[in-house]
Design a protein around this ligand. Structure first.
Ligand code: NAP
Ligand code: SF4
Length: 700
């Protein structure tokens, strides 16, 4: 570990490859970190340009080498949604100047992503290489005529010129993730027989023509990035030979940098959720890198500096691209450069506040950093200590009569409230009855594939030290103790308790509350019934069926589980999946008749459902619980009695708020506020808890 002297800057660079400058076409970047394209929901209305500018300027100040914006369509047909942002007029140029000026003033560089959605458009005017409907959109795209193809190439070229007028350092042409250019490249979606299809070379023509013509129009001093698909991960996707040939032709056409993506949005292989191992696809990037002489960037599930350094130092890529990690922490680069990775607020790849919002047409933010995307919102002010890198522990006693706050409960809500309040100079006591911080996150990190949740706890532990929160572990707060403490305000973040249910036999020794099973206090037998099929029911089913819970998930085992072929033998990079033998036979039950897991996140729910299906978990919906006895769990399903002969029953029936302290404190006249699960247990979720706590702390 590199020593950090008193200045806070390490004696030698902690990540030498990550922080070595690199020349990419006409630009020299001071480090090898790119903030990748991420749709924030601020791109679509010109009046949101100042918000977008504030968002990117904050990341530029944090030191990222190059920023790539969310996707902007080069024409109306290519918009992802009917009102999506475009780059096609002088009015667009004016709005975008707000963004580019802000980023340049902050010392950053920024490129505009040009994205034509093709058959992924959510509007009836969508167009694609051939008439088709994607499995993830309701509209049928019309076939583009030869003239329309030519016009679209010209639109890309015009959009790149407008981007330059708007002050962008360059453009990224989006040719990955199954959007229009990718649709032209793959025989899955391009069976044309004219000049734009019929042979691999003709399928590549649309991509290479766009790059060639932008280069011709803009000359050598304009950055052109092409985001290409390393492997489509869909049947009948591109072959390895075609992919590598594309890389070579793009270089020849004038691309400065190949940014690599993986998998189409319709692929049934997860590529970015938290259960995907870190840097799971960089071996694919390496193949592309070996085929060209221009720099190549790796992406997908790279979220911490040591992972990024490993990818670069091992020669798999020249740069790394991360998008969500910059929502979670705008200062990611500065903290890594200072040799203080422990201070990074790590993206846990939950998708809850970013991509799930995008799919609901809501602005993106971040579960662990609710300020993301709201930099101009007074409810989420910048922390006063943000510019001090690194922050020295604050001496609480130096403050002149700070307001005194007690926070009870060190789960996500209590941790966010305590550290945010302390960062604003308040004197904070944080009481936790247990022996460690974390609350529900401590449980979540025990679920295989959710190990990233431990990073958030590490971050909060660090923040407690930095901000001078006085943490009282193993101290159950009491009403007299809190009243005697003389606090100006008491925040009750006491969280939840698992809901107990009424059922004959529920008190038998083989019936367990989920925390006992998740924490490992209870070991279940080979046959298990789970009562309750919400998020936690799915997690527990995953935990109990995990083929080898002791073995750490590696890219190799994960590829095999999901049918990714690292040797890329067949088209699309797919092979037969081998989910492994499940450790137990599990039944997952709910009373509702709706689809199991219907309430899970849009971008993550299908992954859970698919994994459990592959492990033979039986989902039972519309169940009535009758009793538990020696024979097992008795149910009424579809008017018939059914007995599940199981060894253990795990209750995952939601939670109730834990707020015993509230009424007595209010009665005694204390200023008390409920926050997180203690406030609302229904749909208990960390996103709401952290956001509520952050808003509250800003008002203290
Ligand atoms: P939940 O999602 O509300 O699910 C509770 C389950 O218990 C439901 O299936 C419900 O279905 C059942 N239930 C409720 N009351 C019952 C009763 N009296 N008797 C029998 N069954 C009952 O709660 P959770 O699973 O505890 O999750 C809590 C929160 O954590 C969720 O809001 C979720 O956002 C989050 N979370 C998400 C994930 C994920 O997305 N992977 C993972 C973990 C947690 P029926 O009423 O139909 O029986
Ligand atoms: Fe990462 Fe989750 Fe934040 Fe999205 S919401 S940026 S996935 S931590």
């Amino acid at each position: 570990m590199t020593a950090t002297p008193a200045t806070g800057h390490p004696a030698s660079p902690p990540y030498p490859t990550l922080f070595s400058p690199v020349t990419v076409g006409p630009v020299r970047l001071e480090n090898r970190v790119i903030m990748g394209s991420m749709h924030l929901g601020l791109e679509d209305r010109r009046r949101d340009a100042p918000k977008l500018a504030a968002f990117y300027a904050e990341r530029a100040r944090g030191g990222v080498g190059l920023i790539i914006t969310g996707g902007f369509a080069p024409n109306r047909t290519g918009r992802l949604t009917p009102m999506a942002g475009t780059m096609r007029s002088a009015a667009d140029v004016v709005a975008h100047r707000t963004v580019t000026h802000a980023v340049h003033a902050a010392g950053g560089r920024i490129a505009l992503q040009l994205l034509h959605a093709g058959r992924y458009s959510y509007h009836p005017w969508s167009a694609a290489p051939e008439r088709s409907t994607s499995p993830i959109t309701p509209f049928t795209a019309r076939r583009m005529s030869r003239r329309a193809v030519g016009r679209t190439v010209a639109d890309f070229v015009r959009a790149a010129g407008l981007a330059r007028r708007a002050g962008y350092d360059g453009v990224e042409v989006m040719g990955s993730e199954g959007y229009l250019i990718n649709q032209f490249l793959s025989p899955r979606t391009n069976r044309r027989t004219d000049a734009w299809g019929g042979t691999p070379s003709k399928r590549r023509r649309f991509a290479t023509e766009i790059v060639r013509r932008i280069r011709a129009a803009e000359g050598p001093d304009f950055l052109i990035v092409f985001r290409m698909s390393m492997a489509d991960l869909v049947p009948d996707g591109q072959s390895l030979t075609e992919t590598l040939e594309l890389a070579r032709e793009l270089e020849e056409a004038g691309a400065d940098l190949l940014n690599t993506g993986i998998g189409w949005h319709e692929a049934r292989v997860p590529t970015i959720v938290t259960s995907v191992p870190r840097a799971a696809f960089t071996a694919f990037t390496r193949r592309v890198r070996e085929a060209v002489t221009i720099p190549v960037a790796a992406s997908n599930r790279i979220n911490m500096p040591h992972t990024a350094e490993q990818v670069l130092a091992s020669g798999q890529a020249d740069l790394v691209t991360m998008a969500r990690p910059f929502l979670a922490d705008p200062d990611w680069v500065a903290k890594a450069a200072a040799g203080t990775p422990g201070r990074i607020n790590t993206c846990i790849a939950c998708n809850q506040a970013c991509l799930d919002h995008t799919f609901q047409n809501r602005p993106a933010s971040c579960l662990v950093n609710p300020r993301a995307g709201r930099e101009t919102d007074p409810a989420f002010p910048p922390l006063p200590d943000r510019s001090l890198l690194p922050v020295a522990p604050r001496s609480r006693r130096q403050d002149t009569a700070p307001r005194r706050i007690a926070v009870v409960g060190a789960g996500p809500a209590g941790l966010a409230a305590a550290t945010q309040a302390a960062a604003r100079g308040l004197d904070v006591d944080l009481f936790e009855a247990g022996g460690s911080i974390g609350g529900q996150f401590r449980l979540a990190r025990q679920i295989p594939g959710k190990e990233e949740f431990a990073e958030t706890l590490r971050y909060f532990r660090q923040r407690i030290d930095e901000t001078g929160v006085c943490l009282h572990l193993g101290r159950r707060a009491t009403v007299p103790g809190l009243l005697d403490g003389g606090y100006d305000r008491i925040l009750l973040a006491t969280g939840v308790v698992p809901r107990t249910i009424e059922l004959p036999g529920i008190d038998r020794p083989n019936v367990h509350a989920y925390p006992d099973v998740v924490s490992g206090r209870v070991r279940c037998g080979p046959r298990v019934a789970i009562i309750g099929a919400g998020g936690i029911g799915h997690d527990v089913a995953g935990l109990l069926t995990e083929p080898d819970p002791a073995a750490p998930q590696s890219p190799r085992s994960w590829h095999s589980q999901w049918g990714v072929d690292p040797d890329f033998t067949d088209r699309g990079g797919l092979t037969a999946a081998d989910p492994g033998a499940p450790a137990r036979r599990v039944h997952l039950i709910q009373r509702k008749t709706t689809r199991l897991g219907a309430g899970l996140g849009k971008t993550t729910g299908w992954v859970h459902r698919s994994a459990l299906r592959a492990r033979g978990v039986e989902g039972i919906t519309g169940a009535g619980y009758v009793r538990i006895d020696d024979d097992g769990l008795h149910l009424d399903v579809d008017g018939a009695r059914r007995v599940l002969e199981v060894d253990d029953i795990v209750v995952c029936a939601g939670q109730d708020s834990q707020r015993d302290l509230y009424d007595p404190l209010v009665a005694a006249g204390a200023d008390v506020v409920l926050v997180g699960g203690a406030d609302v247990a229904a749909e208990l979720d960390a996103k709401r808890a952290i956001e509520q706590a952050t808003r509250l702390a800003a008002r203290l």
